[in-house]
Write a protein that binds this ligand. Structure first.
Ligand code: FAD
Length: 530
């Protein structure tokens, strides 16, 4: 039986784009004697799923997948591995990773020969999706309204639960089928970041199981070292089992517009002008602002959202063909019954004087949920065509404002247009540094305004390496021209690259690791300490 499992595992690993190794098929004897051993799964199908992610380019087989029924189960596992990690122990090299929804693209939620904790099991135990979302309408002014949500909760479930109370989180990602623990381990960014900050800036407190197996509640006041380390901490310091998320009254509808530009400096000037109005409670501010690059492609729409009306398609395609590259500014303003009467005026005031190509402004009026969940339709369409579970050689960067026009010339107009292989959305939009908290682990450029640039590419099973070669060319170009760009959702192979990435934050990051995960058990797939 064991031999058969090994053969199946070997076959499975050779079918995928195997990089290294495959798991053994039995647990270390000490582990199998644990009370929670029945929740460890080693069947090849389960191991195979846990060995890869949305990126579909990495295969790292764990020894087992753990399906916890409770937070205490996870604590027991981590404590056991921590306590048993002496040099002579069979647990010596054992690692543990929390897997949210596995939507990383470079194996960040895998654990080669370790244990993957399937966080979604916590919610299935509550008999319902969204089971671990509890909304509080607080009397305490300093905290306002909030939701306590499980680290495994999907943001779509948080949205649906909070809307039942007329409330909503304010900082979002573009795609809502990501977990709270997964995005808080990175930052959680989108068009709302310029005004509300990333998702990590909208958390009041968390429960975290550290690498020593302790369960601690942390906030800006209590266990603050842990709090700041975990936010943007790439899963290195603990497993988030609960987060308290800030809520505000929910709007009902959204005016959603896209404006096309042929001139990059006009595009960025207008983007920067719009994000300058960013007060959290400033009625004049946009609620969302992103941007994208449109290049020679069949349709100006893509899986992230089908926005442009069919009747305008051909004139938009002509504009792109004529210019090779067109920039699309995307904005949204929320409203409800009480603000309905002046939302059009606010939008007109904001967009007045912008330098988009005349007659290339498009607008829609949609529900709040339709707007936030806009990527889902595209996902379902791609799934039905078998095009969702393909390799995704994505690259996400933060580029300082002072170098963004250089980036346009050297990267977008040279590398990307010349190679002509990019297939998928290319995002580009600015954010305000003052909405980020420097005490947190997330790494951003040292400039008041910086841009996020995302190459969200899909490839065929065999050509993702071509995209990776292009990604390397982009990174090399940024490096050689001293742009000071930082990777978002970072992936590095060498210790020196991590050192450079963290820069002045390295010392704190290392110190926190030594304190909260001294035996380097957690999140080995990030390849920082392991
Ligand atoms: P996983 O990929 O499962 O885990 C990511 C990392 O977090 C791993 O290191 C893991 O060990 C750790 N982790 C997971 N859960 C926990 C926990 N509870 N406690 C501690 N550590 C944990 N990101 C944005 O910021 N904005 C976007 O708009 C956006 N859009 C996306 C759209 C798509 C289609 C996809 C696939 C990804 C997108 N992302 C976006 C990236 C996303 O934020 C990351 O993939 C992130 O890792 C969340 O995915 P996940 O919840 O599946 O986490």
């Amino acid at each position: 039986f064991v031999v058969a499992l090994i053969i199946i595992n070997k076959l499975l690993s050779s079918v995928g784009q195997s990089k290294q190794g495959f798991g053994t098929t039995s647990l270390p004897p000490k582990l199998s004697s644990l009370s929670i051993a029945g929740k460890l799964h080693i069947d090849p199908h389960t191991l195979n799923i846990a060995s890869t992610d949305f990126g579909n380019m990495v295969r790292e087989y764990p020894q087992a997948v753990f399906r916890p029924s409770s937070v205490e189960d996870i604590r027991t596992l981590v404590k056991f591995v921590h306590d048993g990690k002496e040099d002579s122990s069979p647990l010596k090299n054992l690692t543990i990773t929390a897997r949210g929804h596995g939507h990383s693209v470079r194996g960040q939620a895998t654990a080669r020969d370790g244990i993957v904790v399937e966080m979604s099991a916590l919610s299935s135990n509550e008999n319902a999706r969204g089971g671990r979302v509890s909304v509080s309408v607080s009397q305490r002014k300093s905290h306002g309204n909030y939701a306590d949500v499980g680290g495994e909760a999907l943001w779509i479930d948080v949205l649906q639960e909070t809307l039942k109370h007329g409330l909503t989180p304010v900082s979002w990602t573009d795609y809502l089928y990501l977990t709270v623990g997964g995005t808080l381990s990175n930052a959680g960014i989108s068009g709302s970041t310029f005004r509300y900050g990333p998702q990590i800036s909208n958390v009041f407190e968390m429960d975290v199981i550290t690498g020593t197996g302790e369960l601690a509640t942390c906030s800006a006041r209590r266990n603050r070292d842990l709090f700041y380390a975990v936010l943007g901490g790439l899963g290195q310091f603990g497993i988030i089992t609960r987060a308290r998320i800030a809520l505000e009254p929910a709007p009902q509808r959204v005016i959603w517009a896209r404006l096309l530009y042929c001139d990059f400096s006009a595009f960025t000037r207008d983007q920067e002008r719009l994000i300058a109005i960013n007060g959290r409670y400033d009625e004049r501010a946009l609620d969302y602002q992103e941007g994208a690059v449109l290049m020679h492609q069949g349709s100006p729409n893509n899986w992230r959202s089908s926005f442009f009306p069919a009747s305008d398609r051909s004139r938009i395609v002509s504009l792109i063909t004529k210019n090779d590259i067109v920039y699309c500014l995307e904005v949204a303003k929320y409203y409800d019954n009480s603000t309905k009467c002046f939302v059009d005026k606010v939008m007109e005031d904001l967009l007045q004087g912008l330098s988009y190509v005349p007659k290339f402004r498009f607008q829609k009026d949609v529900t709040y949920v339709e707007f936030l969940n806009r990527v889902r339709d595209g996902e379902l369409k791609l799934r039905s065509q078998g095009s969702w579970e393909v390799p995704h050689p994505w690259l996400n960067l933060f580029v300082p404002k002072s170098r963004i026009s250089d980036f346009n010339v050297r990267v977008l107009k040279d590398i990307i247009l010349r190679n002509n292989i990019t297939s998928g959305p290319v995002l580009i939009y600015p954010m305000n540094k003052n909405k980020w908290d420097d005490r947190m682990s997330a790494v951003i450029p040292d400039e008041d305004v910086f841009y996020t640039v995302g190459f969200l590419q899909s490839s065929g099973p065999d050509d993702w390496r071509d995209f990776d070669l292009q990604n390397e060319e982009v990174l090399r170009c940024c490096e050689e021209s001293g742009m000071g760009a930082k990777q978002y959702l970072p992936k590095y192979d060498a210790r020196d690259e991590w050192k450079k990435h963290f820069g002045s934050k390295l010392v704190n990051f290392q110190r926190a690791k030594a304190k909260f995960d001294p035996k380097t058990i957690l999140s080995p797939g990030q390849r920082i300490f392991n």
